[in-house]
Ligand binder design. Structure first.
Ligand SMILES: [Zn+2]
Length: 676
């Protein structure tokens, strides 16, 4: 999802892949089923689970973490239990057809470590429990986990001051003798159930969906409780919107649950979001619709991971992007530019194809799985046209809900709505690395610029927008379909010929940005593979060490580069006294932004990222007031400003940041001279 991490899902997937060769083709009729009765003993931070299930020849084995303490095992004579290094494996004996299984076990949950979240790099939420609540993620294999998704029924008993939440339909909740007993049913197969218990205030709203009533709930901590009405209204609005766009919402409820952990997770019919960030607009406008759309795409139709997880790209496109586009075309253009800009900072060796993307686990994979994935669907929409694209999405949902699907399923569904060869289109983008680099030259045959030759570095397939200005400076835009390395473009109706061309001016194509279009950012240096360092003189002695330890992901290169590397674009970091850095920046045309110049004049610490012919340079200026201890704090803080081009901080703590403006790449073709 947008800013919420899906790390748990990724490690969970790796774990399961090690066990089984996953294929998610189950449907409810032949899925295994688990019945769980869970009692939470909050004083001891312990859960007791009574699990009932059934092994059959189509679901002959399951695993259960061996962290659990088994107190009762009834597996009969037809099954056998093994203990592996980190789990129990319970399997049907050879030659047997079925075995009923009953297990009772307890799990002692570690005390929660509720950090402030700002420094957490591990996704945050692992299992834990105390008097105020518990979190038990499915990736901890806390209940019988089959090779394929299973249906489930969970009954959870807690003290009545606590609430339990699980995915699926809540079919009962009863308060008796100081205890609350809640029941959740998952009639659609699910892989890994997360269980949440907490001391929430619960708000509820119901509305009529396309096929039935939908119950919305918020489970919020006291601080966030005033936001509950807004969240219920937004959830209703988004669900109604996506019912129209995609099809009937597949569950009977949707819940937003506040999490004490610095992360967020989405699961069928609910989302678990850090209580620290619920108040922010990007959660309401991007993360919430993103998690809601996953109920159709990702949870409703599962991505078959072995041929690429399409669900993050399509969800990002239909949620984060679509909602932005509804509000503002220019914000949508900025988002598309952002995907290309992120891609521009992915090192070639870190790049993967859409077909090898499973889940986000570092910046490079998110640039592909989310950014390229979303742009892929944007280009598909351009090829199909918006009405046909929407028809395809509705058809995809109607035909594949609660099944698994791959890119080729989407291709075949959309092919019904277009004459364009989608096989070519999907082959060009899904299994491939890289992106088009496009250039424009005159054709020798027509020196009057009424026909131009477009070249690209591969057989990429897309519709390309070309903005051109005639010799009389009239500008116009045309769109042409591209699929070859060389394409002739005719401008015959423009009898005056073309003087200047801009390619894809609105960033509608997954392509390599031209260097003029790349706004340098601070992040370029944080993630630089082989940054080099130069100290320009200041009272800071250990600048290089501090920058290496607190600012960069990779080590500063010990010696300057070999001669052969000079053709590469270098990233160098220059640290020096702020007055010298200021003098230098005043000469730069890139750093001529008025806000920056004003902020710079009062700053005691400044960072500015600039690009030039030989690469990029990050200037770090420190005033004599800043000692090494302060510099380490400022550098750690600067890491949070990665998306900006510059940052200034004064000794009073006043902070300003901003981006340089985006440049344009113009192909000048008027060498033969303008007539007037
Ligand atoms: Zn997502």
């Amino acid at each position: 999802m947008g800013l919420i991490k899906h790390k748990l899902a990724y490690f969970f997937f790796l774990f399961l892949s090690a066990f089984f060769n996953i294929h998610q083709t189950a449907n409810a009729a032949d899925s295994p089923h688990v019945d769980l009765y869970v009692t939470y003993e909050e004083k001891a931070g312990k859960v007791v689970v009574h699990a009932t299930t059934f092994l059959t020849t189509s679901a002959p084995k399951f695993v259960l973490s061996n962290v659990v303490t088994l107190t009762n095992v009834e597996i009969g004579n037809n099954a056998v239990i093994y203990e592996a290094s980190d789990s129990y494996l319970i399997a049907l004996k050879e030659g047997q057809n079925s075995a009923p299984i009953v297990l009772t076990y307890s799990i002692s949950l570690p005390a929660s470590k509720k950090t402030d979240g700002s420094t957490d790099h591990n996704g945050g939420a692992d299992w834990s429990g105390d008097q105020t609540g518990a979190f038990i993620p499915g990736n901890r294999i806390w209940y019988p986990l089959f090779q394929e998704p299973s249906t489930a029924k969970i009954t959870i008993k807690t003290r009545s001051h606590l609430h339990a939440v699980a995915p699926g339909h809540e079919t009962g909740s009863e308060d008796t003798n100081g205890y609350r007993v809640s029941t959740f049913e998952m009639p659609q197969p699910i892989l890994g159930i997360d269980l949440m218990i907490g001391q929430w205030l619960v708000s509820e709203k119901q509305f009529q969906g396309i096929t039935g009533r939908i119950i919305l709930r918020t489970y919020f901590d006291e601080n966030n409780n005033p936001l509950s009405e807004e969240y219920l209204a937004l959830s209703e609005r988004y669900i109604k919107y996506y019912e129209e766009l995609i099809g009937p919402y597949p569950y009977t409820s949707f819940a937003v649950v506040s999490s004490p952990f610095p992360t967020g997770l989405g699961m069928p019919s609910l989302t678990y979001i850090s209580e620290k960030i619920l108040k922010y607009p990007f959660i309401k406008n991007r993360s919430l619709p993103h998690e809601i759309v996953h109920n159709w795409l990702g949870n409703g139709i599962r991505a078959s991971y072995e041929s690429g997880n399409w669900s993050e790209g399509l969800t990002t496109y239909l949620a984060d992007y679509w909602q932005t586009e509804l509000k503002s075309q220019s914000a949508a253009k900025d988002m598309r530019y952002g995907w290309l800009r992120n891609y521009a900072s992915v090192a070639r060796e870190d790049e993967q194809s859409l077909s090898s993307f499973s889940s986000r686990h570092h910046t490079a994979s998110s640039a592909i799985g989310y950014g390229k994935g979303a742009m892929f669907f944007h280009m598909l929409r351009t090829v199909l046209g918006k009405p046909a694209f929407i028809s395809c999405i509705k058809d995809f949902w109607g035909s594949f809900q609660f099944k698994s699907a791959s890119y080729s399923t989407i291709r075949d569904t959309c092919q019904k709505y277009t004459n364009a060869d989608l096989n070519l289109f999907f082959e060009a983008w899904v299994p491939t690395l890289g992106a088009p680099t496009i250039s424009v030259v005159k054709t020798p045959r027509m020196p009057d610029n009424r026909q131009l030759l477009l070249t690209q570095n591969g057989s990429w397939v897309y519709n390309l927008e070309i903005e051109y200005a005639s010799l009389k400076s009239e500008s116009e835009t045309i769109t042409i379909p591209l699929e070859n390395k060389l394409t002739e473009v005719n401008f015959l109706e423009n009898s005056k010929g073309v003087a200047q061309v801009q390619i894809d001016p609105n960033y509608n194509v997954w392509r390599n940005l031209y260097s003029e279009e790349i706004v340098p950012t601070i992040r370029d240096f944080i993630v630089a593979k082989e940054p080099i360092y130069k100290q320009l003189g200041s009272n800071v002695i250990n600048g290089q060490k501090l920058i290496s330890e607190y600012f960069l992901e990779n080590e500063i290169q010990k010696k300057s580069h070999k001669a052969s590397d000079l053709s590469e674009r270098l990233e160098s970091i220059h640290l020096g006294d702020i007055s010298k850095i200021r003098d230098h920046l005043l000469l730069s045309t890139q750093a001529s932004d008025q806000r920056f110049l004003t902020a710079m004049s009062n700053a005691d610490f400044l960072i500015a990222s600039l690009s030039h012919m030989k690469g990029k340079t990050l200037f770090i200026g420190v005033s004599p007031k800043i000692d090494e201890e302060m510099l380490f704090m400022l550098l750690s803080r600067a890491r949070h400003y990665g998306k900006y081009s510059w940052l200034t901080i004064s000794s009073s703590g006043q902070t300003f940041s901003g981006k340089w403006s985006r440049g344009k790449k113009l192909f000048e073709l008027s060498a033969s001279g303008r007539k007037n």
